[in-house]
Design a binder for this molecule. Structure first.
Ligand code: FCA
Length: 334
């Protein structure tokens, strides 16, 4: 009797483990799926986070993710050929230059690869978005407005009058989403009494902190009579550059208000500093949606023939030193 019980139990256990196993087994074809995730600035924390979440999707579904950094058009074109040669079926890309749009689409087709864009939307020769390529971006104007409102609120809290304040528009005008973001911020500043003549363009040569620092330094030196400043731009790196520039010319944190966009490590490390800097806040956007969701969408396109939506625009939420942990948690990116 005892033996029989034991045998029965063993049998039940065996059945159990087989069922659990088959439930977690990925479909036979998942292992054959290979997806590229190509980004323009692999060292930027935002893109690291996108990759991290895309990796999570790959692990969950069982496909292979190939992460490639492509800082210029040449690297991007050879990356696409490479993916084709490796037998990938599709890729997601944040291009170093949106004007490469038609070239990217042609290269993808030549390699029989499906293509989706993330963050930066491709444009055609006429400067209009390539609406046929599925894209996930941020709602740039709205997020820019959130930046503008955060700046205005902080100005009010500090009792600043708009006429005594200079604004640094760290700009990268060849990228439409960058223009939409800064123009969104400017619209709110203007609606709150900021004169256009107090807003100064600081064009950055690249979208990193160093380029922004250089661009903002020129503005600050040229307008040394202005003692109070605000700054905004494409991302956290742009605004951090402006904040570093203000520090280097001796403007105290109390006289600087910078609000970025992103909320990855560049911003978080700034919030973690023991003393507050002029980097007051960041509108946190979701690398989880942009990494995990795009990768899943590409996977369903390849594995199930389900075409992704043509356009998804994600939102953001303002975070500051004292609440960024909670905001990140609410966005599911902790
Ligand atoms: C652009 C910027 C990145 C990030 C992304 C959402 O690609 O360069 O920093 O803000 O949009």
């Amino acid at each position: 009797m005892r033996l029989m019980k034991k045998a029965l139990l063993a049998g039940a256990l065996a059945v159990l483990s087989v069922t659990t196993l088959s439930a977690t087994l990925t479909p036979a074809h998942a292992a054959d799926v290979k997806i590229g995730f190509v980004v323009k600035q692999p060292e930027e924390p935002w893109f690291q986070d996108e990759w991290k979440f895309a990796d999570q999707a790959a692990r969950e579904k069982g496909f292979t993710l190939v992460k490639i950094g492509a800082e210029d058009g040449e690297k991007l074109m050879s990356a696409i050929d490479n993916l084709g040669a490796q037998g990938a079926q599709g890729f997601i890309v944040c291009t170093p230059d949106v004007k490469l749009g038609p070239g990217i689409v042609a290269k993808a087709a030549a390699n029989d690869l499906k293509v989706m864009t993330v963050d930066d939307r491709l444009v055609g020769a006429d400067g209009k978005p390539l609406a046929d390529v599925p894209h996930m971006g941020i709602s740039a104007t709205k997020i820019g407005e959130t930046v503008g409102k955060a700046i205005v609120d902080e100005m009010k809290a500090r009792g600043w009058k708009p006429e005594e304040v200079g604004a640094i528009r760290v700009s990268y005008d060849q990228l439409p989403t960058a223009v939409d973001r800064v123009e969104g911020a400017i619209s709110v500043l203007k609606a709150n009494g900021f004169a256009a003549s107090n807003i100064f363009d600081a064009p950055q040569a690249k979208t990193d902190t160093e380029a922004a620092l250089n661009a903002a330094t020129v503005v600050l030196n040229k307008h040394a009579d202005i003692k109070k400043w605000v700054a905004f731009g494409l991302n956290d790196e742009a605004v951090l550059g402006a904040v570093r520039a203000s520090e280097s010319v001796g403007i105290p944190a109390a006289n600087m208000i910078g609000v970025g966009i992103g909320g990855a490590d560049s911003a978080i490390n700034e919030f973690k500093k023991p003393a507050a800097t002029g980097f007051v806040g960041s509108v946190i956007i979701s690398p989880k949606r942009h990494g995990y969701e795009t990768a899943l969408n590409m996977y369903s396109w390849i594995a199930d023939g389900k075409e992704p939506e043509k356009l998804i625009l994600t939102s953001g939420a303002l975070a500051k030193r004292d609440d960024y942990q909670q905001v990140r948690k609410d966005l599911g990116i902790e």
